[in-house]
Design a protein around this ligand. Sequence first.
Ligand code: GAR
Length: 221
Amino acid sequence: MEKKLPIGVLASGSGSNLQSIIDHIEQGRLDADIRVVISNNPDAYAITRAQKHGIPFVIVRHQEFPDREAFDRQMAEILISCGVELVVMAGFMRVLSPLFLKTFPQRVINIHPALLPSFPGLHGQRQAFEYGVKFSGCTVHFADDGVDSGPIIIQAVVPVLETDTEDTLAERILREEHRIYPQAIQFYAEGRIEIHNRQVRIRGLKESASQVLHNPPLEGF
Ligand code: GAR
């Protein structure tokens, strides 16, 4: 049997991305093993999801630490003791310190609900909706010292429809998050990801140059 990639998931909220990762693993479509789920929020539904699937979880309350480094050090110790190779931020609403990132160089990934580098930070879906873009989407990227700024692994493009509200757009983006996050982790598990400066390349892709999207659709042009 192939080796499973040991991952640790950091989550602060509902954990629907965590659920998607769990489901893909249980369906045998993602060669990963969730060694631990860490949350800074004791009320996070992500914790309940971990519990339901018998996945170890730890609550680390950031308020109980004197500074960000001390909080991050505690999380890093837990992740290392669980043998985690890839750290997966799934709706984790804390910025990681350089100290944490040095502990896991190019081994921390994040998902963001917008087409980065547009609309980083909080409420990416709302920012895009209010700006009036015709396409938004979601992005999985390596974490770096900035906010949502590291090298991009995969993106999904979601059209903004005239009938959309912020909520309907956010729902459609979330559905794509649930597809691209397991895919990104699987690329990593298969050892197919290479990083050259900011460019991430995936070995063995079947690419197509004909995937151009228009919104609104072209009428005869
Ligand atoms: C997701 O939409 C994720 O992209 C976003 O938080 C949500 C978590 O949902 N993350 C960020 O905005 C990070 N900048 P979930 O808890 O149901 O997975």
